[in-house]
Design a protein around this ligand. Sequence first.
Ligand SMILES: Cc1cc2nc3c(=O)[nH]c(=O)nc-3n(C[C@H](O)[C@H](O)[C@H](O)COP(=O)(O)OP(=O)(O)OC[C@H]3O[C@@H](n4cnc5c(N)ncnc54)[C@H](O)[C@@H]3O)c2cc1C
Length: 428
Amino acid sequence: MKGKRVSRRTVLKTGLAAAGAGLLGGAVRAQQAHYAKSPLLLGPARGNRVVIVGGGWGGVTTARTLKRLDPGIDVVLVEPKEIFMSCPLSNLYLAGVKDLHFFTFDYTNLVKDGIHFVNERALGVDRDRKRLLTTGGSIAYDYLVLSPGVEYAYERVAGLGEVKHLLPVGFRPFEHVALRRQIENFKGGDLVITVPKGPYRCPPGPYERAAMLAWYLKTNKIKGKVVLISAAAKPPKAPGFLAAYDELYADYLEYYPNTEVTGVDYGRKVIQTSLGEFDFDLLNLIPPMRAAEIVRKAGVTDGDWVDVRLPWHLAKNDDFIYVLGDADSAGGPKSGKLAFEEGKNRVAVHIAARIAGKEPPAPPPEVKNICYSFVNDEEAIWIAARYGWDAVKKRRKVLELKMDTKRTAKNGSLAYDWAFEHWGYMFG
Ligand SMILES: Cc1cc2nc3c(=O)[nH]c(=O)nc-3n(C[C@H](O)[C@H](O)[C@H](O)COP(=O)(O)OP(=O)(O)OC[C@H]3O[C@@H](n4cnc5c(N)ncnc54)[C@H](O)[C@@H]3O)c2cc1C
């Protein structure tokens, strides 16, 4: 007998509808009962309060824009780190081209703007009572913004969970410090970098890292090579990276595309891949990624990423929670530039309009991304895209894609200009 097929899509949609109707699981309910008892960390807000989780690219940009649009809004930024480190350009730090202070900023100017900086970690959300639970107590909100970035799915690589403390990834702020120390102590042999299946943060990032570490080995005359093992068929900006690998680093870099890492045996210094085993002397294993845990604790997704209502980045099942940056699955690469644009031109604008009791303005018709990658200490290549709006699929769609894959010092200088412009808006 033929039955009606229930597609995965239908199941997902039903799941979301159930969550939207407040049919949360027992664990989440128990957690919420616990939050209800947690003391309030901040007193009552003077005006409407917007609580933002994550003091990174999306969160800081949203906070600053909100205060500029309406200084009367009570903006609270919740971030467990005391200072910010930029991942964009951080491969220059790993290769010893720039010091750490070049990439780090404190939150002082945000506090001067009147933003409350709460140096705590968010633990969960009581959506019924509109409270965020943090390690320091709970905070009542009118609107909640989640821009917590990514976490690593260590359990998807056999043997990785047990040794993850030995293998700093350097795809989240400050992990770079331990990785840099390992690179400085590397005396030669195989420096293996592995690239997971997407989506992951900054698709060109591992390929830039491979080039910069090959540059480091070459410049410092270290008898070793970078072994780049990628699950993907080719890098973004492929002609630019492949030309650099070939022309600059033929003796310092081996590249294996279409090769997925399945396990690691740290004791034997071996990784297992779909192409067989590879030895390593130093390993930078970049694990598969998903949105940071707080989005699942908030009940806005039960998957890896958060499907949001575009163009304003509202959660699908809650009219008072916005999700942006790498954590969402709005389309396009997971980049600081997109997190910045989403915070500045979408989330902050929408919340400010709602608080002012006005209709939000028409959303900007497009969003632009640009991503520079260095291939040595001076020269860079870039890719840029303009995204529009697919009204039927309700998703972003690529309108135009441009690349400059010819490595030049001019592109390197443009990369610095880009970074200073964005850091300036966020922290200046
Ligand atoms: C090597 C590398 C190179 C890159 N190069 C570029 C580039 O050239 N251009 C570009 O546009 N992008 C680049 N990126 C990508 C960019 O860094 C990310 O896309 C960007 O950081 C995403 O912003 P976000 O706000 O989503 O997350 P983040 O900037 O990571 O901010 C998330 C913040 O949330 C905090 N957080 C997490 N959980 C909690 C919690 N429970 N409670 C409170 N706070 C929490 C974290 O501590 C963190 O500070 C690069 C990334 C890497 C790794």
